[in-house]
Design a protein around this ligand. Structure first.
Ligand code: KIV
Ligand code: NA
Length: 271
């Protein structure tokens, strides 16, 4: 098998929708690899795996550690690693230093940045130097402290234009695709129609060229998920049932049983 490339991702503009999910570790990356065009090692890892309240506390070290694990577990999907807050916004040189480190240490195929209207220059600096970049517009979770929370975007006319400008800045800089997060359907459709690169939606309707979800959200690990998540599993229920059964077996001394216990063979015992 060969890994997908930016060319395979670009085809989604005319073809089938892109199937994308996040992953943070090798076993889950291996399980989803056959079904996903693109696996994102999202900085959502900070909230989903490390228990942070937002993605602002996520570090380069965390992204590289989880990026390596996902690369080890997958073989076909195009793997994108999120650049964490504070690792690219200061300018093109800072962004290149950190993006090249992520690419070299993890072996991933591309990086993603939360690309405001200012980010066109950063995107082009990276792309011209060999680093494919995915943009991320609309609701940008790393800007939570400016926005005062996780808020859907594009409600006012000004804000609407701003999201369009963000998407166009990413495209003009040479991004190969752009995530659109937390916008209404008509805005997602307008951006998707105006761009020549694929749009990947999260809370941005079926009008996008592909979809992405945080894997733990769709598997049903958490009691609360945003409105835009569909739960495809009840992994929380499965974990709770399993651990309850284990705890009661240990207390009743019915685990381990004969099948799970080593016995010294008779001839050894006699020698
Ligand atoms: O960090 C993340 O998981 C993301 C996706 C939700 C797009 O950025
Ligand atoms: Na992210």
């Amino acid at each position: 098998v060969r890994r997908k490339t930016v060319k395979d991702i670009a085809k989604a503009k005319k073809g089938d929708p892109l199937v994308c999910l996040t992953a943070y570790d090798a076993p889950r990356a291996a399980l989803i690899d056959p079904y996903c065009d693109l696996i994102l090692v999202g900085d959502s890892v900070g909230m989903v795996v490390h228990g942070l309240d937002s993605t602002v506390g996520v570090t380069m070290e965390m992204m590289i550690l989880h990026g390596k694990a996902v690369m080890r577990g997958s073989e076909e999907a195009f793997v994108v690693v999120d650049m964490p807050f504070g690792s690219y916004e200061a300018g093109p040189v800072q962004a290149f230093e950190n993006a090249s480190r992520i690419m070299q240490e993890t072996g991933c195929q591309a990086v993603k940045i939360e690309s405001g209207t200012y980010a066109g220059e950063i995107v082009s600096f990276l792309v011209e130097r060999g680093i494919p970049v995915m943009g991320h517009v609309g609701l940008r979770p790393q800007a939570i402290h400016v926005d005062g929370g996780f808020k859907a975007k594009g409600r006012s006319g000004d804000e609407r234009q701003r999201v369009i400008d963000e998407a166009k800045a990413a495209e003009a800089g040479g991004a190969f695709a752009v995530v659109i997060e937390g916008v209404a359907e008509d805005l997602a459709r307008e951006i998707t129609e105006q761009l020549s690169i694929p749009t990947v939606g999260i809370g941005a309707s079926a009008a996008c060229d592909g979809q992405i979800l945080v894997i733990d959200d769709m598997l049903g690990i958490f009691d609360w998920t945003p409105k835009f998540v569909r739960r495809y599993g009840d992994v929380k229920g499965e974990i709770v049932r399993s651990v309850e059964a284990y705890a009661s077996d240990v207390k009743a001394r019915t685990f381990p049983g004969e099948a799970e216990t080593y016995q010294i063979k008779a001839n050894l015992r006699n020698s």
